[in-house]
Design a binder for this molecule. Structure first.
Ligand code: AMP
Length: 476
């Protein structure tokens, strides 16, 4: 199994007890599209039968016609949007996964990465399991299928006892919709209500689109079981402190989603404010790398008093399929995605702001474009710390060899990128922007392994692979 079989960032959605459940699921998935653009799938249950449609591509392109939706009847549905890295997107890996277990139909949508599935999968194959996909989620399915417990809820608990990793799961059976967050609550999952029906979703933006109200976050280690009799909460794992992934707030979640009581947008703006407090630059304009750098650049400009300008315009209509096939097109690189608004750049000392630096590809290209457009200085400010460690919990930052900050000093990075100067937000400044005055040293409030190498869940199995794997491409 290659590294990128293990890497997927995704969005999940489920709804129980409402007419046209699949239509609402389509809407929810559409709002979660930023979490995965590779493929989407919906499984519905009509009281007698399960129905499933999974397709490569965007939700809006695949689930927008009445013909498709009429094939997904019923008052309960679960859906998934998937992002996989280069070349590993195949139809059978698109979720929700579905199996007819002895106890009945079982659909499962997963966001996150499991960390011990290589060994578990080997054990399962040795003892006769047949896998249909390369996705780690199928291990959960196989373990549930094999569990000797009687009730489905106990079978699931039994399976989850054997796995480690980051997971937000939505499972649907003929009678229940079940939401689960891993013991640390690394990936998000929220509970909401729409006209008396319960909804589960990765982010609140998926509730807002359909006028559903947010009830609360699912707790770390919690299983909520939704059925005709309402919602039951079961605490699965002995309670750890919650450690949600800090990168959801920095980059991954949608700005209008609410996490921990505040919009993601407000955290990002605060990151920019902290960055300006830590690094004052004598400059003429503050320019975001759109869209990811916009809230932080607003915060930076507000504190520094340097005017905010849209010096880079982003083309929203490029897709991977357009960039990938031809070398002729590919060599235009970032120009397909970003172009310079010359009027605000020429002759100016520019502070460029982005939320994160991963491989440095974006920064490298954008800094050069800004110089070509006549800037006299280009200072690049990143509103988070250097990413020095790979992720194994579902946000798909690449292996160490590809992470710029894992391999180069600040001076080396500055010269690689070609900037006048490069500066990052400190880890303590990042925590302060999240409203946490000090990072708790033994049990930090967040999972921040990308910056610190502090992995709350053992990743030895995956670190070993990180060291031996061939580099692979990633498409931002
Ligand atoms: P890079 O060009 O590899 O340095 O990636 C940095 C850019 O990608 C920034 O503009 C980020 O907003 C964005 N980014 C950060 N993390 C991710 C991720 N996990 N997947 C896709 N894009 C990302």
């Amino acid at each position: 199994m290659s590294m990128h079989d293990l890497k997927h960032k995704c969005g999940v959605f489920g709804i129980f007890g409402i007419e046209e459940a699949s239509v609402l699921t389509t809407l929810g998935l559409h709002s979660l599209q930023h979490r995965g653009q590779e493929g989407a799938g919906i499984v519905s249950f009509d009281g007698e039968q399960f129905h499933a449609i999974r397709r490569e591509g965007l939700v809006g392109d695949n689930f927008n016609d009445t013909d498709t939706l009429s094939k997904l009847p019923g008052r309960q549905a679960v859906g998934h949007v998937r992002y996989s890295t280069t070349g590993e997107s195949s139809l059978e890996n698109i979720q929700p996964l579905f199996a007819n277990l002895a106890a009945g139909g079982f659909a499962c949508a997963h966001n996150g990465n499991l960390t011990n599935t290589l060994s578990l999968r080997n054990e399962l194959v040795q003892t006769g399991s047949i896998f249909h996909t390369t996705s780690d989620t199928e291990v959960i399915l196989q373990l549930v299928a094999r569990s000797k417990k009687h009730k489905i809820v106990d079978k699931i608990a039994d399976a989850l006892d054997q796995i480690t990793g980051a997971y937000s799961l939505i499972i649907m059976t003929n009678k229940k919709l079940i939401g689960i967050r891993d013991p640390f609550g690394i990936r998000p999952l929220v509970l909401g209500k729409k006209d008396g029906a319960y909804v589960l979703a990765s982010e609140t933006c998926a509730l807002d689109i359909m006028g559903a109200t947010t009830i609360r976050d699912i707790k770390n280690g919690e299983m909520v079981v939704i059925s005709e009799s309402g919602v039951e909460s079961i605490q699965l794992s002995s309670l750890h402190n919650e450690r949600p992934c800090i990168f959801e707030r920095i980059y991954f979640a949608r700005p209008d989603s609410i996490i921990g009581g505040k919009t993601v947008y407000s955290y990002r703006k605060q990151l920019g404010i902290q960055l300006a407090n830590e690094h004052a630059i004598d400059a003429d304009v503050v320019v975001p790398i759109p869209d990811s750098g916009v809230p932080a650049a607003l915060g930076y400009a507000q504190v520094s008093g340097v005017p905010f300008e849209l010096g880079i315009i982003r083309n929203h209509y490029i897709g991977r399929t357009f960039i990938e096939p031809s070398q002729t097109i590919r060599q235009f690189g970032v120009k397909l995605k970003h172009s310079v608004n010359h009027s605000v750049i020429k002759g100016k000392r520019v502070v460029l702001i982005d939320d994160s630096l991963v491989r440095g590809t974006t920064a490298n290209k954008v800094v050069r474009m800004i110089f070509e457009a006549g800037a006299t200085e280009v200072h690049l400010g990143i509103s988070s710390p250097p990413i020095k460690y790979p992720d194994f919990y579902g946000i798909d930052t690449p292996r160490s060899a590809d992470l710029l900050a894992a391999n180069q000093s600040l001076e080396e990075m500055t010269s690689t990128i070609g900037a006048t100067s490069l500066f990052f937000l400190s880890l303590s400044g990042t925590y302060q922007a999240m409203g946490v005055p000090h990072r708790h040293s033994s049990v930090p409030e967040f999972t921040d392994h990308c910056f610190t190498g502090d992995y709350p869940i053992n990743v030895d199995e995956l670190l070993a692979l990180d060291r031996v794997c061939e580099p692979h491409g990633r498409h931002a």
